[in-house]
Design a protein around this ligand. Structure first.
Ligand code: NAP
Length: 244
């Protein structure tokens, strides 16, 4: 086994990680020794996140930042460098969903979902890379969705935004390979989080060959692996219980 399952000395930024999948990702990395930095869009959410990390015995650094806002992202990354250090791992996780047919989706709703789910990944990657280049190493993992791979009826804008994340991953991986930075992507299926609270759980489970919803920790495990292996880049990994 040549993989070092330790993140001791590494600094990981996970976006939108006050709870849900982001919290599981950051908590897993903290247990492996990483210093955790996370952001969320409101102070109230960051405070909740800080309390949750504290309860889990994790000393995390939380920042308020709307990841769609270029200036806010630039300021956050500069502050992280000053207050915590150089980012080694970036997990672009912040995201929103929208379940509507195309006829009911407004241009404003389309712009918002593309902004949170795709533009923010571009902005956060661009800033974090500037720091990673100083060490000539780093790992970026983007959280897309199985709908980004297949497309989904009634989730046109969401599927488009998640397909853009796959395009970003493949292009950036190629661009950054000579600089020693890996870029990969996970595509979760149906994960047991509040994003799916509005659906009947039994009906959702019937769609999954493995017969149950995935957990945030299972998505986190896949991401953790992708940050560890230095010879895997430009890959799109499904975490979907066999749906695709
Ligand atoms: P979640 O619980 O809603 O967490 C996402 C976090 O991102 C929330 O804290 C959210 O804040 C934050 N956020 C939203 N917009 C933001 C912005 N502009 N700036 C900063 N933070 C922002 O979602 P989740 O279920 O853990 O999903 C995490 C990721 O996995 C998303 O990218 C999602 O698309 C993807 N995914 C999830 C599933 C699933 O089944 N859950 C499946 C496939 C892919 P608010 O609470 O204020 O919105």
């Amino acid at each position: 086994m040549s993989i070092d399952f330790s993140l001791k000395g590494k600094i990981a930024l996970v976006t939108g990680a006050s709870y849900g999948i982001g919290f599981a990702i950051a908590s897993g990395m903290a247990k492996a020794g990483a210093t955790i930095v996370f952001n969320d869009i409101k102070q109230e959410l960051v405070d909740k996140g800080l309390a949750a990390y504290k309860e889990a015995g994790i000393d995390a650094h939380g920042y308020v930042c709307n990841v769609c806002d270029e200036e806010a992202v630039n300021n956050m990354v500069a502050k992280i460098e000053e207050e915590v250090g150089v980012i080694d791992i970036l997990v672009n996780n912040a995201g929103i969903s929208l379940i509507k047919q195309i006829n009911d989706t407004t241009a404003e709703e389309y712009d918002k979902i593309m902004s949170v789910n795709a533009r923010s990944y571009f902005l956060c990657s661009r800033e974090a890379i500037k720091l990673m280049l100083k060490n000539h190493e780093g790992a970026i993992v983007n959280v897309s969705s199985m709908w980004g791979q297949t497309g989904a009826s009634c989730e046109i804008a969401y599927s488009m935004s998640k397909a853009a994340v796959i395009g970003l991953t493949r292009s950036l991986a190629e661009e950054l390979a000579p600089s020693g930075i890996t870029v990969n992507c996970v595509c979760p299926g149906i994960i047991d989080t509040r994003m799916n609270n509005m659906f009947d759980k039994n009906e959702l489970e019937e769609e999954v060959p493995l017969g149950r919803l995935g957990t945030s920790e299972e998505v986190a495990d896949a991401i953790f692996y992708l940050t560890q292996n230095k010879y895997i880049t430009a890959q799109i990994l499904g975490v979907n219980g066999g749906i695709i």
